[in-house]
Design a protein around this ligand. Structure first.
Ligand code: TLP
Length: 345
């Protein structure tokens, strides 16, 4: 079946051009630093993000966890948003690899502010209070519906944290979506942060891979930790070749994904029993509440699947649909038609 797969933008398949580039990639042993395709990707990412250096890593989770590890010491605390990926979907990695605890704060639409962060930070507190070692933000915020963190808010948080000598990490898994929505460059979004992680393998369509960016020394140390965790890869230029195309070509396609998400959101907003705040749909993620439809998300997922549409619940009453280049406008209209049938609208 030709599925309309809205479970995530991680399901995107590499394009024909990516596959060709992968087949033809010039490769070497990247543990020796000898893979020219990986080296070019890292140099290009650093240039694009205006950071000193970049490192190709297998996954976004590993990228985030490497940054948490390098910024913190065991027995300290990371301040982050309650629904953030680092906290909820990295399997306690921060506790396991870095020995840190987490202080989570709820931000409206996933947005932390300087005041919220300031209220959560322990700095210059008595010795028996768990000290904060890191602030971590997420832009776009996945579980807050792909919402965007405005530049000024990020800047204020970073300035405040830096005034206390605390580093700030950005989980920018979907930073290119943020850059489209904010109409600015990824370098501008990344500017106040000490480290940034972004994914090549989500809406940008590469089959595998994420990158972290920061100061040269930080990235050198990250390379050692990547190896220690078993992430030292060999002829990985095969993947970096797809990553390079994802980086250069795919951002141009993201506005279509955002327009499709908007259409999808407007369509579901018309259905009886569905609650959605259209203002929050700013990028490629649509989250809506089905509590008043009389159906659970599991029932809706099953119903959709019977009609060729894949979408997951993120709780008993909230569904998430993510648009990407493998679903076109017809797929969105078909999804809405199936939703109307399922909910008897
Ligand atoms: N997100 C996945 C799931 O893990 C939830 C998805 O389908 O959206 N940061 C953010 C903000 C993410 O959304 C994700 C993946 C990651 C990090 C981790 O990336 P990977 O899956 O490459 O480890």
């Amino acid at each position: 079946m030709n599925w309309i797969d809205l479970r995530s933008d991680t399901v995107t398949k590499p394009t024909a051009t990516m596959r060709r580039a992968m087949a033809e990639a010039e490769v070497g042993d990247d543990v020796y630093g000898e893979d020219p395709t990986v080296n070019r990707l890292q140099e290009r990412a650093a240039e694009l993000f205006e950071k000193e250096a970049a490192l190709f890593v297998p996954t976004g989770s590993m990228g985030n966890q490497l940054c948490v590890k390098l910024h913190t010491k065991p027995g300290t605390e990371v301040v982050l948003e309650e629904r953030s990926h680092i906290y909820n979907y990295e399997m306690g990695g921060a506790a396991v690899f870095s020995g840190v605890t987490v202080r989570s704060v709820r931000g409206e639409n996933g947005r932390l502010t300087k005041d919220l962060v300031a209220g959560a930070i322990h700095s210059n507190a008595p010795y028996y209070v768990t000290p904060t070692s890191l602030v971590a933000l997420e832009n776009t915020h996945n579980m807050a519906g792909g919402s965007v963190l405005p530049l000024q808010i990020a800047e204020d948080i970073c300035e405040y944290a830096h005034s206390l000598n605390l580093p700030v990490h950005l989980d920018g898994a979907r930073i290119f979506n943020a850059s489209v929505a904010l109409e600015t460059t990824v370098a501008e979004i990344a500017r106040p942060f000490d480290s940034v992680m972004f994914c090549l393998s989500k809406g940008l369509g590469a089959p595998v891979g994420s990158m972290i960016l920061g100061k040269r020394e930080f990235i050198e140390e990250a390379k050692s930790w990547r190896k220690r965790l078993g992430g030292g890869m060999r002829q990985v230029g095969i993947l970096a070749a797809a990553g390079r195309l994802a980086l250069e070509e795919s951002p141009k396609l993201l506005p279509d994904d955002h327009a499709n998400a908007k259409r999808l959101a407007e369509g579901v907003a018309e259905l009886r029993g569905i609650r959605i705040d259209l203002e929050t749909v700013q990028t490629n993620i649509v989250i809506f509440d089905v509590a008043e439809t009389g159906k659970t998300t599991a029932q809706i997922s099953t119903g959709l699947k019977e009609h060729g549409v894949l979408a997951n619940g993120i709780s008993a009453h909230e569904m998430r649909m993510v648009t990407h280049y493998d679903v076109n406008r017809d797929g969105i209209e078909k999804t809405l038609k199936v939703m109307r049938t399922l909910l008897h609208n």
